[in-house]
Design a protein. Structure first.
Length: 560
């Protein structure tokens, strides 16, 4: 009886083993047949990995060869938590080596649901090397670049910035991203069970991005930024802009804005501080826009600089009565005096002789209402009312810079056109890409040399005996125009102003067209008081820095 019971148990045990064996065989067959590809892929990925090797991003230089944006060596640390033996120890050692919080690292390193985690992006290479010497299982390292701006905030609005992945996010960094980025390489490596590389199977070398040289001069740029910041703070203004353009080529030597930011810490800057106002913002220019009506009338032989007008202190245009900025009686003024004294009534009178259609044509020929074509992203076209939408009073508003919006870049370009003897050059910021010089676009004639010379003479009078006296520079002739424009909000003019001055220096043979615009100054609002001195300070620095010979040495003592 006992022997029969024992045999029964043995048969039952053998049957159980047999069933388990059949299940195991079935499972093995299923895994090998149905899930072969999935497990093979898992095995491969545990021992093989393809690592991208980022390409070195091209350096951005100023015109003198000074680096404005560079790539600094850094090391990125990453890990596979599944291969980490002791997550707590790894967190403590890593935190100590890289100066990070071990408490924050620990949950990341112990999470075995992930096969890849970043430990530190773009860490100090010396610290990362010290960590690598600890040979922590599951940790790996690869070289990477950290985009750095060695001049700090200088030209930050022009340069823009690149993000953590070295992709351009704003400014020239963004628009030139393909040029600067290059082509990444890769390595396919074999790892041991602890995640350490033991062999390289395939690889492709990275190709560095091209370097870019700008027309910007870091010294001229830094000085312009300092002057603009000082004026904005002095007058408790909303913001300010300055542009320095080479009248002979259209090259931008400086493009300064305030508020500003440091591109090395771009994430902490507000959108307002990052905005390149010189290119994106449009404003009513006021009297600096009188260049269009006067130059157009001279070119069309409607008037000459000595043409005389008897001007009342006000003028009726359709349903509007327009006054002078300063109280005066009825006077006889020449065109030259109308410009130097910035007469609204006189400018409108000239515009009426020119006619609406021809005035609209000259606005277009000077480049307003459309992009200048600068090699910079996000340029505004400004706002110019089409001729078929003009009302009866438009001929009274537009000639004096009201009812029209322009960008600072458009305005300085218009004055540079006069300074280059009537030829408009496309503004540009890029001098070279790699070793290849960028060929400037051919200039377009806007007015004759004769008209440009007469305009220059009248602009000189603005500084010598008119509203722009504060722009005078001892030893040099200066030409330019002041602007004081009232701002409109919700369709009505309010007690907020834009003060500006646009000038050319040396006036006898202009090298620079310089614009200074201060938005909403408090206290004094006039362009001749707020902006003209800033123009003077920027221009004087440029002349001395580039060793431009004086063209009026007799004014050294007597000029202010």
């Amino acid at each position: 009886m006992r022997e029969r019971r024992a045999n029964h148990r043995i048969r039952l045990l053998l049957l159980s083993f047999g069933l388990l064996f059949i299940v195991a065989i079935a499972r093995a067959t299923y895994v090998q047949a149905a899930q072969h590809d999935r497990f093979a892929k898992m095995a491969t990925t545990q021992h093989r990995e393809t690592i991208e090797i980022p390409a070195a991003r091209g350096t951005i230089y100023d015109r003198t060869g000074e680096p404005l944006a560079i790539g600094e060596q850094a090391t990125t640390v990453y890990a596979n938590p599944r291969n980490i033996v002791d997550a707590q120890r790894a967190a403590v050692v890593t935190g100590k080596a890289l100066g990070m919080s071990a408490d924050k690292l620990y949950p990341v390193l112990k999470d075995r649901s992930k096969g890849f985690v970043y430990v530190a992006r773009k860490a100090d290479p010396l610290k990362a090397n010290a960590l690598a010497e600890q040979e922590i299982p599951g940790f790996a390292f690869y070289p990477e670049e950290l985009r750095t701006y060695p001049q700090g905030g200088v030209a930050s609005h022009v340069l823009g910035f690149a993000g953590t992945d070295n992709r351009g996010l704003d400014g020239l960094e963004r628009s030139l991203d393909k040029t600067l980025a290059g082509r990444p390489g890769f390595e396919t490596i074999v790892k041991d069970p602890f995640g350490r590389a033991i062999d390289v199977l395939t690889s492709r070398p990275e190709r560095a991005g091209k370097n870019v040289t700008l027309t910007i001069d870091h010294q001229i740029q830094a000085n312009a930024e300092q002057v603009v910041a000082q004026k904005v703070k002095e007058y408790n203004a909303r913001g300010g802009t300055a542009i320095v353009m080479d009248t002979r080529t259209g090259a931008i030597l400086a493009m300064a804005n305030y508020p500003t930011f440091n591109a090395n810490n771009f994430s902490t800057a507000s959108p307002d501080a990052r905005r390149n106002r010189a290119v994106t913002d449009a404003y009513e220019p006021g009297s600096t826009f009188k260049i269009v009506a006067v130059a157009g009338a001279l070119e069309d032989n409607v008037v000459s600089p000595t043409t005389r007008f008897t001007l009342a202190p006000t003028i009726q245009v359709a349903d509007r009565v327009i006054r002078e900025a300063h109280t005066r009686g009825t006077e006889v003024m020449t065109v030259k005096e109308i410009l130097s004294q910035s007469s609204n009534v006189g400018t409108i009178t000239i515009a009426q002789k020119l006619g609406q259609g021809e005035l609209a044509s000259w606005i277009d020929r000077f480049g307003f209402g459309k992009p200048t074509g600068i090699d910079y992203p996000g340029e505004s076209s400004g706002l110019v009312l089409p001729l078929d939408e003009w009302s009866g009073s438009t001929i009274g508003n537009v000639p004096i810079g009201q009812g029209i919006a322009v960008t600072p870049l458009q305005m300085v370009s218009a004055y540079a056109t006069i300074g280059s003897r009537g030829i408009r050059h496309t503004p540009r910021l890029i001098e070279k890409i790699g070793t290849k010089r960028v060929t400037p676009k051919r200039g377009t004639r806007v007015v004759s040399r004769h008209t440009a010379d007469r305009m220059m003479a009248m602009f000189r009078d603005v500084v010598v005996e008119g509203t722009g006296a504060e722009a005078a520079i001892p030893g040099y002739t200066v030409a330019g125009k002041t602007g004081t424009a009232q701002k409109a909000e919700n369709g009505r003019y309010v007690r907020k102003y834009v003060a500006s001055f646009v000038g050319l220096v040396p006036a006898k043979q202009p090298r620079f067209a310089i614009l200074v615009m201060v938005d909403e100054p408090k206290g004094n609002i006039y362009g001749g008081v707020v902006a003209a001195p800033a123009f003077r300070d920027i221009a004087r620095f440029n002349l001395q820095y580039l060793e431009v010979p004086p063209d009026a040495p007799e004014t050294r003592v007597t000029a202010p």
